[in-house]
Ligand binder design. Structure first.
Ligand code: 13P
Ligand code: SF4
Length: 346
């Protein structure tokens, strides 16, 4: 391992500013130690778009983040994903053909009164679809602002692909349960409790396989064993979990809350394992545990490890960069509209 670490350091020295390594908070420590910038998906999108110096952006995160970086960076810059298997189960739950099918049904039902929004955790094709139809991307840190914006633009929204982030955000903004519906892409059907014309927020039936592992049972357990503990969760968790927690918010919100919490305070955190472990290490003066005792790793984030990072850097040195993420021009152009509408308000 030490040999690999030394070689990464050496290559970083050799390439200097020609190389930029953004790293998402959910990455392993063995990777994050080499990141030039660490952030959540919004911060990494912004940082990548501002970097015009690097020829190679070796993105330590998942596929949709690398696609976003490619869309936002210049033509001469190459975005590289150290392991192509680093996808996102949530992004895979909304496929462009299903989305187009859903959209045509929704247009039949609601005419022009609907606007699409997509969580950045989605493929470039979905972002492009959203951009083309007047909508925008959102991240967990600006979802409230963006849903509010969309509901000012049109009477109703289609929120892709995370039903939980959509539901939690809409509920916070005062949208009632009977004003929310769920689009099931497998049954190709709209599920709702109230009246069709009352549907304001249509949630795509997708979820994060990591954050769905935090349950009401976990909350009950923490409340009974550690009554003094505050519970903070990511809004990708189910509604019942978010409702029963003390606080909920984006990755950045969780990090900042723990950082600013008083010494001696205790916290159960409902988010990805690598981040929870890092927070435990960074705050020895606070008592921190994972809300789910089995910790909940994001297996696809974890596919980026030290050997894959080193391998992708060696390929750059050999002048044969591998795993280049290149979004088709017309898809990128429409996706840019969706991203720009968000970045202008973020
Ligand atoms: P953030 O937008 O908070 O970085 O989250 C990204 C993600 O994949 C959460 O599961
Ligand atoms: Fe996707 Fe969930 Fe992993 Fe985030 S934690 S990258 S949403 S699978």
């Amino acid at each position: 391992k030490e040999e690999m670490e030394n070689r990464v350091r050496e290559i970083k020295r050799m390439l200097g500013k020609k190389l930029f390594i953004p790293g998402h908070h959910y990455q392993k420590d063995e990777v994050i130690q080499f990141a030039d910038a660490v952030g959540d998906s919004l911060q990494l999108a912004q940082i990548s778009s501002q970097n015009e110096e690097a020829d190679y952006i070796v993105f330590c995160g998942v596929h949709f983040m690398a696609e976003t970086a490619d869309i936002l960076t210049q033509e001469y810059q190459q975005v590289i994903l150290p392991d192509m298997r680093a996808g996102c189960s949530m992004a895979d739950m909304a496929d462009i053909y299903q989305t187009e099918k859903a959209w045509s049904t929704l247009q039949e039902l609601f005419g022009d009164s609907i606007i699409p929004l997509t969580y950045v955790n989605s493929t470039a094709a979905i972002k492009s679809f959203v951009g083309k139809n007047g909508g925008a991307t959102v991240t967990s840190s600006n979802a409230h602002k963006m849903v509010e914006w969309a509901l000012n633009e049109k009477e109703r929204i289609l929120f892709l692909p995370d039903q939980h982030l959509g539901r939690n955000t809409a509920a916070d903004l005062g949208v009632a349960k009977n004003e929310m519906a769920v689009w099931d892409p497998i049954r190709n059907d709209l599920l709702y409790d109230g009246e069709l014309e009352d549907c304001k927020v249509i949630l795509w039936k997708g979820h994060c396989s990591v954050h769905e592992n935090f349950t009401e049972q976990n909350i009950k357990h923490v409340r009974s064993t550690h009554p003094e503990m505050k519970i903070i969760v990511h809004p990708e968790c189910r509604r019942e979990v978010v409702e029963k927690s003390d606080l909920n918010g984006s990755t950045k919100f969780i990090i900042d809350t723990i950082k600013n919490a008083p010494k001696g305070s205790s916290w159960a955190i409902g988010t990805e394992m690598n981040l929870v472990k890092r927070l435990i290490g960074q705050h020895p003066d606070k008592h921190i545990i994972s809300l789910n005792p089995y910790m909940c790793p994001c297996l696809t984030m974890n596919r980026i490890d030290l050997p894959h990072l080193l391998w992708s850097l060696e390929k750059i040195i050999e002048e044969k960069p591998h795993n280049i993420i290149k979004v088709e021009k017309d898809i990128a152009a429409n996706a840019t509209f969706a991203l720009d509408r968000m970045l202008a308000r973020a």
